[in-house]
Design a protein around this ligand. Structure first.
Ligand code: AHM
Ligand code: MG
Length: 335
């Protein structure tokens, strides 16, 4: 019998006691929102007035030009999640401030953080993009309309996941009980469990990094990558392969499938910002998933999940994937 996402979640609630009914509902609603985003993306140039591809003509809080689908995906997430009664508040990579749950709806105990459309530079060229989300509990007495309620380290996450909109739409999820992968059955409209207990091999021969930044990296990362590039003749004694999709979801999903190391380290160009990727919407949920699959995730100097956020849109260096490789890069940082 096919196990759908709904069935998986009911088992996590009823048989394993890992989640409660509200968190189950929250994840169901997030999955539904991902389905709607998949439909919108699938329409491409024939969606709506003038298609859904291209620029929206606005900038987000990060000062980045928004694509039409960034805006559409953000709206889908907000609308799907605000009325269910399971949330105290939401925060999005696309919005400067937390989104308050309108008074006309009941308030719940959870906080939902998301990057509605990650890798959006790939939309117009028809390459995989995704959605990343993270769930925290709203601290007792905290105001969910204020940043401070959300500023909790990644170790506090109660669930995290991502959807990849590729040749198939996948949802990869953890509720702190390992990682499961679901495939969207487009005819039935449901996510079907296709892999459970995902494990990332501890060793790998594949790495992912934007090599064009090599001259800007710090010495530890440069040393590590130069050793990989030296191949069989170098200190590692084996050849390494390189892949870079430039959609974090797609690059991380490859690592979830066959191992590897993904890096978006600090470099001289982005040093003032603290890194490229955002802690709350990208680094934390991905690190939770990777650790749940036996991998590791570090800034080079600290376990990502232990970073105390200092702002909703804080950025961090990200090094994650196969454990032995992440530990090696971290050791080069002298930690
Ligand atoms: P986005 O959230 O604005 O799409 O940016 C994040 C993306 C990641 O998905 C990806 O790993 C990285 O930016 C790619 O960066 P680069 O353009 O340097 O290759
Ligand atoms: Mg992103």
């Amino acid at each position: 019998m096919r196990r759908t996402l709904s069935r998986y979640l009911i088992e996590e609630q009823r048989e394993k006691g890992k989640i409660n009914a509200d968190l189950r509902l929250l994840i169901e609603v997030v999955a539904r929102a991902c389905k709607s985003i998949a439909v919108a993306i699938g329409k491409g140039a024939i969606g709506g007035e003038g298609g859904v591809l291209g620029e929206a003509g606005s900038d987000n809080v990060q000062g980045e030009a928004q694509k039409k689908l960034d805006v559409i995906s953000n709206e889908i997430f907000l609308e799907a999640n605000e009325w269910g009664g399971h949330l105290a508040g939401m925060a999005s990579e696309e919005m400067e401030l937390p989104h308050a749950i309108p008074n006309r709806y009941p308030q719940g105990e959870y906080l939902l953080l998301f990057d509605p459309l990650d890798g959006s530079s790939n939309i117009d060229i028809n390459v995989s993009v995704g959605t990343i989300f993270s769930v925290l509990r709203c601290p007792e007495g905290a105001d969910p309309t204020a940043d401070t309620a959300f500023l909790q380290p990644g170790t506090k996450q109660v669930a995290a996941g991502y959807a990849v909109y590729g040749p198939t739409t996948l949802l990869v999820l953890t509720v702190g009980d390992g990682v499961a992968c679901f495939t969207l059955d487009r005819e039935q409209g449901s996510f079907v469990l296709t892999q459970e207990h995902l494990r990332i091999p501890e060793d790998t021969k594949e790495f992912a990094i934007n090599m064009s930044n090599l001259r800007h990296w710090e010495p530890p990362v440069r040393r590590y990558v130069e050793e990989l590039l030296a191949g069989k003749e170098g200190p590692r004694g084996k050849d390494f392969n390189m892949r870079w999709v430039a959609s974090m979801v797609a690059d991380v999903h490859r690592i979830m499938t066959r191992g590897g190391i993904f890096m978006y380290p600090l470099d001289a160009k982005i040093k003032d910002k603290g890194g490229k990727l955002r802690l709350m919407y990208e680094a934390n949920p991905m690190s939770f998933i990777v650790e749940q699959a036996g991998g590791a995730a570090s800034t080079g100097r600290q376990r990502i999940l232990e970073v105390q956020p200092n702002g909703l849109h804080m950025r961090v260096p990200v090094i994650l994937g196969s454990k032995n490789e992440v530990e090696l890069v971290t050791s080069y940082h002298g930690t």
